[in-house]
Design a protein around this ligand. Structure first.
Ligand code: CMX
Length: 438
């Protein structure tokens, strides 16, 4: 095995260098509708997915069924006297493409409340895991444990007609969304609060009840959860969590299987896990430099991060080329409720200092902050300081968008996804043949 490992890296290193050089020299060569560079750039820019729930513009940011984040904050129903949109309303909008009334939102709330019971074996499965298991791993396993209840899997086994796939998918999607906050809160309380669990409060909306089960009953935290669970819900179809849901679901794997898989993608540090990494990075900055770092000290710390071959978490994006409007929404929240918070002010100083440094590298395509740059500081303000849990919050929200999309996938009868891949050998031959012909 030692020999296999050594031989592997002896082959991989020169091939990696050869491919980089090849892409540098032939990146613009078109093969069909795509260029050589497209094949090595993580499929970015290649249109290959149909997603109805939201659309991302590189400069403007996300629109959910045509509505930007500021428009959602204004137009989606709120609790009486409330200031932030109810995520139940966003789910309705993503499923139907129509803005809901407050009554529509109450109906969803009621349905989710009725279906919120989590089977006992799901909690027992979670309890069997070591307490040190990362919360995202627990989350994925908890979702998988619920798969025993899949209405779709049962209907398929019983021979359902393909034109009816959407129906049991709908039931699974609604059940999953109803139960998710309970599972997430259970993981939080077992991991960090000695298993001292908090029963749901049927008087509360979906987000506030989630906050309540986590153990955060301040009204302001309820507001934050409503905003948080709204803005993280969807980011069109190509991001890792949305794409994974679609890909796995395209094999007619049921919603539990597809969503659990997507959460394994969200748990990657270049995707959702970046929200915990931002706080870890900020904590290390404060430990190394002190709790009130100057802008110059922050700039040096960013340069040091880059020099060590690491990413600056919370910055950059595969599609966006401006400050993420989800960052801006959180910044506005912070300006209203915690303008003097020390960590929030460091986040704002990083925002001033980081973009020119990142731009100066000449290779980072988007030097601006993404959604993950701000969320941790807001949660810390209210005492939720167990940052390994943050991606689970993202996951609960992301379920709204990817489950709405999966429902549409089955209703539209979208086929199994199976893109073509090529070997480097074939790619070289194709490029040579093309050049010879020219
Ligand atoms: N810090 C340091 N280097 C960065 C960087 C950052 N924040 N963002 C991009 N780069 C680097 C890339 O690693 C890549 O380097 P190599 O050529 O050496 O491989 C180069 O710049 C070009 O990358 P890019 O085309 O600008 O960005 P990608 O589309 O490849 O990657 C993303 C996008 C988000 C993974 C990347 O910007 C990144 O790693 N950011 C930090 C992690 C992060 O915040 N992720 C959360 C994204 C939002 C979310 O999904 O939740």
């Amino acid at each position: 095995m030692v020999q296999l490992k050594r031989k592997f890296i002896e082959k991989a290193q020169p091939l990696s260098a050869e491919i980089r050089q090849f892409v540098k020299e032939n990146g613009n060569v078109a093969l069909g509708s795509f260029t050589v560079e497209d094949i090595y750039a993580g499929q970015k820019g290649i249109i290959g997915l149909l997603t109805e729930t939201s659309l991302l513009d590189a400069n403007e940011g996300i629109r959910f069924r045509g509505y930007s984040i500021p428009e959602l904050r204004e137009k989606l129903p709120k609790v009486p006297g409330g200031t932030e949109p109810l995520p139940e309303g966003l789910f309705y909008l993503m499923v139907l493409g129509e803005l809901p009334t407050y009554e529509d939102v109450l109906e969803i709330q009621e349905t989710w409340r009725e279906r919120a019971d989590v089977p006992k074996h799901v909690f027992e499965t979670l309890d069997a895991l070591p307490i040190t298991t990362h919360p995202m791993t627990q989350f994925s396993i908890g979702i998988m444990a619920m798969q025993t209840d899949s209405v779709f899997a049962k209907a398929y086994r019983e021979g359902i007609n393909k034109k009816d796939y959407w129906d049991p998918t709908y039931e699974d999607v609604i059940n999953l969304l109803a139960r998710l906050p309970r599972i997430a809160a259970y993981i939080y309380r077992r991991t960090y609060k000695n298993g001292d669990h908090i029963a749901p409060n049927p008087e509360l909306d979906w987000a506030a009840n989630f906050a309540h089960m986590l153990g955060y009953d301040q009204n302001e935290f309820y507001k934050l959860m409503r905003l948080y669970l709204t803005i993280h819900a969807d980011h069109e179809g190509g991001n890792v969590s949305a794409h994974t849901t679609h890909l796995v679901g395209s094999a007619l794997s049921d919603p539990y299987l597809a969503f659990s898989a997507s959460m394994n993608g969200l748990a990657g540090p270049l995707h959702g896990l970046a929200n915990q990494e931002v706080v870890r990075w900020l904590n290390e900055l404060r430990e190394e430099i002190g709790h009130s770092p100057s802008k110059e000290e922050i700039a040096n710390y960013i340069k040091e991060t880059l020099a060590n071959g690491k990413v600056v978490p919370g910055y950059g994006h595969a599609v966006l080329r401006k400050t993420d409007p989800r960052f801006v929404a959180q910044q506005e929240f912070a300006k209203t409720y915690m303008p003097d918070d020390a960590l929030v002010n460091i986040v704002w100083n990083v925002y001033e200092v980081a973009p020119p440094i990142l731009e100066g590298t000449g290779k980072i395509k988007n030097p601006w902050p993404n959604v993950d740059a701000h969320s941790g500081a807001l949660l810390l303000h209210y005492g939720l300081n167990e940052y390994d849990f943050y991606t689970v919050l993202f996951g609960v929200s992301r379920a709204l968008g990817v489950m709405a999309s999966l429902l549409w996938d089955r209703a539209l009868g979208l086929p199994i996804e199976r893109p073509k891949s090529v070997t480097f050998e074939l790619l070289k031959n194709l490029v040579e043949a093309k050049k010879a012909k020219a």
